[in-house]
Design a protein around this ligand. Sequence first.
Ligand SMILES: Nc1ncnc2c1ncn2[C@@H]1O[C@H](COP(=O)(O)OP(=O)(O)OP(=O)(O)O)[C@@H](O)[C@H]1O
Ligand SMILES: [Mg+2]
Length: 279
Amino acid sequence: MTNPQPETSARANKAPEETTPSLLKFNELSFSYADDEVLRQINLNLRAGEWMGVIGPNGSGKSTLIKLMGGLLKSSDDSILFRAKDIQSYSRAELAREIAWIPQETSTPFSFSAYEMVMMGRHPYLKAFRFESGEDHAICDRAMEITSTTEFKTRKFSELSGGEKQRILIASAIVQSPEIMLLDEPTASLDLKYQIQVLDILKSLNRERGITMVLAMHDLNLAAKYCHRLVLLKEGRIVCDGTPADVLQKDIIEDVYEVKVQILKSPMDGSLLIFPESE
Ligand SMILES: Nc1ncnc2c1ncn2[C@@H]1O[C@H](COP(=O)(O)OP(=O)(O)OP(=O)(O)O)[C@@H](O)[C@H]1O
Ligand SMILES: [Mg+2]
């Protein structure tokens, strides 16, 4: 696998300092689909360079939170600030140049090639009725190298495997040159090798390009290993927000997931390992 070339000074693998500017801020956000309130009193401050994992049971509000962060869902008031300004004051194209969103499920009605899918990430930069430039093609080629997808260039996106599609979607997000990447369960359908491959690509982008990462995740062991910060949701509320060691505590996890667990430390890198117990 090719690693991304550093574009900014190399970053240490740790959470940014408290003084790092806020990128996204939620102030007492509540959100409803029709009459059904699914997020309640969310206060959150996402700083540049962070790697945040959003965890919680099915239906707890992870995807909804991530869509609100990307401006894909709109709150009814000005409770979400992007760079200290109401997120709703930005145009769709402005946000797309700053925030890339990779959804939980992707289906395309048309038979795009993998390369066309990657090039779609350049759309926020293309002027109307203008063809892609040599520079746009070079950026896409580089993103496909980073994600080891060059060999799929001419294949139909719809015919790729889950792991191959996921890497194409990451390439498409990379060419957006975003400040923030929002990924909704990016490793859910992947085998062990692809899980690590995808997370290692994201880790390089976070460390070497300083891209802020927000990932919804179900795998608590991978969340513990890769994330600097975890936000744990239960029934639309944040129950805990802190380092993996703050959040992945036996009593908290047992309460939220309603299952007994054992929590151990990995002998390899000291990250936490969570084992559910059967009755
Ligand atoms: N478009 C929608 N219309 C109405 N209700 C919705 C919609 N999308 C989600 N919901 C509801 O909002 C709640 C939160 O859903 P969300 O998809 O954010 O949860 P999640 O934590 O991502 O779950 P999962 O782990 O299953 O992906 C759920 O009760 C869900 O049924
Ligand atoms: Mg979801």
